[in-house]
Design a protein around this ligand. Structure first.
Ligand SMILES: [Fe+2]
Length: 148
């Protein structure tokens, strides 16, 4: 069994759907931050802790362990290396923001950086990486009839 066997249209569909949910959360956080409402931002974070916590960990794990190896196998590791590095940076920023929010001293700078980094990362995945993965599946005749 090759690494590509684990990646499917359904996998990519799940990942893309999760991006929609995370993007909505980031927009909510950015609105609170734009108002200078740190308490509001902390409340948004605590109300959606699983989305940026265990949910984000699982999402990143699915990309790192299933999707990226499949893409690297066909297109080379260089195609996914920068995305992997961004995951580590996103995890670091997310952890810092969550800890600060729990302590009640959330600062705007790391929150803004998390929103920018995570938003840009997801956009590059949606516009570059996921279409490339779908193209690989289509090349193997697996692009039709699966989840969209
Ligand atoms: Fe990612």
């Amino acid at each position: 069994m090759t690494a590509t066997a684990g990646a499917s249209r359904a996998t990519i569909s799940v990942l893309a759907s999760e991006h929609v949910a995370v993007r909505a959360l980031l927009e909510e956080l950015a609105r609170a931050e734009g108002r200078g409402d740190r308490e509001g931002a902390s409340a948004v974070l605590s109300a959606s802790g699983e989305l940026l916590g265990a949910g984000l960990d699982a999402h990143i794990g699915l990309e790192d362990d299933v999707l990226f190896p499949a893409i690297a196998e066909e297109l080379g590791a260089a195609m996914v290396d920068s995305f992997r590095a961004e995951h580590r940076e996103i995890e670091r920023l997310r952890d810092a923001v969550v800890v600060a929010a729990r302590r009640g001293d959330l600062d705007g700078a790391p929150l803004e950086e998390l929103c920018e980094r995570l938003g840009g990362h997801m956009q590059r995945e949606d516009e570059l990486l996921f279409p490339a993965a779908i193209g690989l599946l289509e090349d193997r005749g697996e692009g039709e009839g699966a989840a969209s």
